[in-house]
Design a protein around this ligand. Structure first.
Ligand SMILES: Nc1ncnc2c1ncn2[C@@H]1O[C@H](COP(=O)(O)OP(=O)(O)OP(=O)(O)O)[C@@H](O)[C@H]1O
Ligand SMILES: [Mg+2]
Length: 261
């Protein structure tokens, strides 16, 4: 499914000067990993703006820095150079407590490996971030509609091992959303799913953007998944190698040419 060409979203999220502050902004991010004597430049001067209520897909070869970028955007790790702004606020100066609070209250993170806690039920897994934030009652209210939307309402008492892969992924997604985040970061959220479950996850992210005003950045290898976004950013060797508006006529050709196929 591709965003309809007349989507109102596309006219309300201009990235240009004078527009509202980006929901998420990477400014000249660099990140090095050190392995003994060897240094790997995982991200090299990456800048990116994501307008509020827009959906960006990040594509690129394995090792190009996609997960590293998502971790930095999600404040899970700190860059060596550059900074991340959330709603125009520079996060570089925040102390650990403020970072934790921002992460907890503003950002939902969907990891490729679901990382559900094995001895908790699906319900308790989903409610954990709400509990930690002291907002269990709000979480429980949201849980009811999330579980319905994600088609896991009748599986909430199951433990992760008693769920299918697709159900586990959807429970992980509900957990990422239970604090009603403004920014959702998803690292290959459909990577381990069959096409039907994968489509459900994509539809949920898309409707979150269209109906609830989420801002989504999603890493994916799948061109069909990427086409559900508004914009695709390509990474290569830790740098932004280009981007494409998914409404442009040549979007699929450009994906293919970036992917080198
Ligand atoms: N903790 C780490 N220590 C050392 N090197 C790392 C670490 N994490 C990532 N790297 C390296 O940094 C580069 C970027 O990794 P990253 O995980 O961001 O790639 P990716 O684009 O997400 O790849 P994939 O599509 O395989 O998930 C890779 O060369 C990787 O080997
Ligand atoms: Mg990765």
């Amino acid at each position: 499914m591709t965003r309809p060409p007349d989507s109102p979203r596309s006219t309300t999220t201009a990235d240009g000067p004078g527009a509202v502050a980006p929901a998420l902004e990477a400014v000249a991010l660099s990140k090095r990993y050190r392995l003994g004597e060897v240094q790997i430049l995982a991200l090299d001067d990456v800048s990116l703006q994501i307008a509020p209520g827009s959906f960006v897909a990040v594509m690129g070869p394995s090792g190009s820095g996609k997960s590293t970028l998502l971790h930095l955007l999600g404040l899970l790790d700190a860059p060596d150079e550059g900074t991340v702004l959330i709603d125009g606020q520079d996060t570089a100066g925040l102390d650990d407590d403020a970072l934790t609070a921002t992460r907890r209250d503003r950002i939902g993170f969907v990891f490729q490996t679901f990382e559900l806690i094995p001895n908790l039920s699906a319900r308790e897994n989903v409610l954990l971030p709400a509990e930690v934030a002291g907002r269990r009652a709000d979480g429980e209210r949201l849980l009811a509609s999330l579980a319905e939307h994600l088609d896991v309402a009748d599986r909430l008492e199951h433990r992760p091992a008693q769920l299918s892969g697709g159900q586990r992924q959807r429970v992980a997604l509900a957990r990422a959303l239970v604090n009603d985040p403004v920014v959702v970061l998803a690292d290959e959220p459909t990577g381990n799913l069959d096409s039907v479950s994968g489509q459900e996850v994509l539809d949920l992210l898309r409707s979150g953007v269209d109906d609830r005003g989420w801002t989504v950045a999603m890493v994916t290898h799948d061109p069909n998944a990427a086409m559900i976004a508004d914009r695709i950013v390509f990474l290569r060797d830790g740098r932004v190698a280009g981007e494409v508006d998914t409404r442009s006529d040549d979007a699929r050709e450009r994906i293919a040419s970036f992917a080198g196929v």
